[in-house]
Design a protein around this ligand. Structure first.
Ligand SMILES: Cc1cc2nc3c(=O)[nH]c(=O)nc-3n(C[C@H](O)[C@H](O)[C@H](O)COP(=O)(O)OP(=O)(O)OC[C@H]3O[C@@H](n4cnc5c(N)ncnc54)[C@H](O)[C@@H]3O)c2cc1C
Ligand code: SF4
Length: 510
């Protein structure tokens, strides 16, 4: 009898994939927990638990639906701990005469499986993962050899192509494509963030297995009250709560940050989306329906849909266009190692202590903390974008290279020289103070540029622009910054430069 082995990767947990339409005696689905995947970067404990728990949940469901499943746990004595080695054994074990896999989203896995399949003597083929709106190379085709890729036209193309938030006359709903101007408010403390809608699981036994297998990790495991969804039903419940309780305020406060509310009005759906247990169409359609029903304002619905139909699809296009090699870009030549407090949150800078502390506690922090607190500091301080990329890839529950790398290297560090961002996302303390409650009570003084208690962001900010005038001075979006810099006296500029150098020399002690 013929037998096909079909491999399901840990971020391919789409229970509605066409592979699962009908059980077949000719097919064995394979899922494996392997050291190859736990060890390629140091991961947050919750990320490892969440992926393994969700893989185990999918395997149970497939078996219950009548499918044959071979599941290799991390401590299985037969587990050879890499995809090719396990596949060799399983193909032989089942005497398989065909092999199939779904298109991986990470370049390293794409290469590995393509090379592996090329060496097989049986038919082997890659199927679509049936998840994204756009194909791997659709953005590249859209931008058609342009060096700078501005997200907005791609997003409009996607809205039109998929008929999202459009009127009957092919015009954008509400007469505008973009409501960003209505979406930049600080959070005044109310409405209070909705209760965390996520259910809790006890994954203590799984965590003990992971630890006993010797897998290294960092961050809090929170295994006995684990919050991340395991499957589509849980993710859908989370989506419903989000749409009802948080989405109405999402647009207005999407850039806000607070010590008192780590989730604010964000959806926390990125893990469910990136592991494909939740389909982006389901999310976009639900959000559009909520607006059409009058339950949420258009600014919120549009602001949210832009993240998924726009940014998420767009960064994937950048990734597939620029890999391999994108991960090595370092336009500013920044080489400084990450200070120790990236792994502990132990710094007197209250914004960074909060954003990193949340990340260690929850394996998550929302976009503006990632971009305008952590990434901002890293770029101003000249930290190595490659080390930073490894850190972001490890710490966040939703971090898979196709989405993390363009966000870190491109958007946040400008290490690609500006393909993705039209200017570096950096700020002094003024922006962080405007958008958060971090500065009040900080050891450092947000208004001071010079001196022991001066906010480190301030001198680093001006020094960054002074150091990089040759590269950035001609950028019209930075005209105001450079005019301000040029108005400063030589003595002031010199003092800022010295303060910045002293700050960079004591990063570990800030
Ligand atoms: C330096 C840096 C690193 C990042 N790394 C990742 C990562 O590894 N994985 C990841 O999914 N997102 C990443 N992002 C984007 C964003 O921060 C997260 O998607 C978001 O915080 C996830 O939380 P949420 O589900 O509550 O998002 P919400 O604010 O509720 O947004 C809804 C959804 O939109 C999508 N989205 C929003 N912004 C982006 C974006 N810039 N790129 C792609 N998708 C986006 C996500 O799927 C998200 O779930 C990164 C951003 C920065 C600045
Ligand atoms: S004063 Fe500076 S270091 Fe302190 S919280 Fe504000 S921006 Fe961060």
């Amino acid at each position: 009898m013929s037998k096909t082995l079909k491999l399901i990767l840990g971020d391919q947990l789409n229970c509605r994939h066409s592979w699962f339409a009908q059980p077949s005696p000719d097919v064995v689905f394979v899922l494996m927990e392997v050291r190859q995947e736990t060890d390629y970067v140091l991961h947050h404990a919750q990320k490892i638990i969440a992926i393994f728990a969700a893989m185990r949940d999918l395997a149970r469901r497939l078996r219950a639906a009548g499918h044959s499943v071979h599941y290799l746990t991390i401590d299985d004595p037969d587990n050879r701990q890499s995809l090719p080695a396990n596949l060799d054994r399983l193909l032989a074990h089942y005497e398989a005469d065909a092999f199939a896999w779904q298109a991986p989203d990470e370049w390293r896995l794409d290469r590995q499986l393509a090379d592996y399949a090329a060496g097989l003597s049986i038919p082997a083929g890659m199927d679509d993962s049936e998840h994204f709106y756009a194909g791997r190379h659709e953005a590249a085709q859209f931008f058609n050899a342009r060096a700078a890729w501005v997200m907005e036209p791609f997003y409009r193309h996607m809205r039109k192509r998929h008929g999202v938030l459009m009127t009957g006359n092919a015009a954008p709903a509400g007469g505008q494509w973009n409501f960003d101007h209505d979406n930049r408010e600080a959070w005044p403390g109310q409405p209070w963030e909705p209760a965390d809608p996520r259910g809790r699981h006890d994954h203590s036994a799984l965590w003990r297995t992971i630890e006993a297998a010797g897998v290294r990790s960092f961050g809090q495991p929170q295994a006995d009250h684990f919050a991340w969804p395991l499957n589509r039903e849980e993710a859908l419940q989370q989506l419903e709560h989000f749409v009802r309780d948080a989405l109405p305020h999402f647009g207005r406060y999407q850039d806000a940050m607070s010590l008192r509310a780590w989730r604010l009005f964000h959806s926390l759906l990125s893990f469910a989306l990136n592991t494909k247990m939740l389909d982006p169409r389901t999310v976009v359609e639900r959000v559009e329906a909520a607006w059409r029903d009058g339950a949420v304002p258009l600014e919120s619905a549009e602001g949210y849909i832009r993240q998924i139909l726009g940014w998420r699809e767009y960064v994937r296009g950048v990734y597939w266009h620029r890999m391999p090699g994108y991960d090595r870009l370092n336009a500013f030549g920044h080489e400084t190692a990450l200070p120790h407090w990236f792994w502990s949150g132990d710094t007197r800078m209250r914004c960074l202590a909060t954003a990193i502390g949340q990340s260690l506690q929850h394996a998550h922090s929302h976009h503006i903390n990632r971009l305008m607190v952590i990434g901002n500091f890293a770029l101003l301080a000249g930290l190595s974008p490659q080390e930073l990329h490894q850190w972001y890839l490890g710490i966040y529950i939703d971090a898979f290279e196709w989405v993390e790398l363009p966000n870190t290297l491109g958007m946040s560090q400008y290490a690609d020289g500006g393909q993705l961002a039209t200017k570096p996302y950096v700020s002094s303390a003024a922006y962080i103070d405007r958008m958060s409650d971090y500065c009040k009570g900080c050891h450092y003084q947000k208004k001071l540029r010079i001196g022991e208690r001066a906010c480190p962001y301030n001198a680093l900010y001006w020094d960054f622009f002074a150091r990089n005038e040759q590269r950035l001075g001609g950028n019209h979006r930075l005209g105001m910054v450079y005019r301000q810099l040029h108005r400063m006296s030589d003595a002031d500029r010199q003092a800022l430069q010295e303060q910045a150098a002293a700050t960079r020399a004591r990063l570990a002690d800030l």
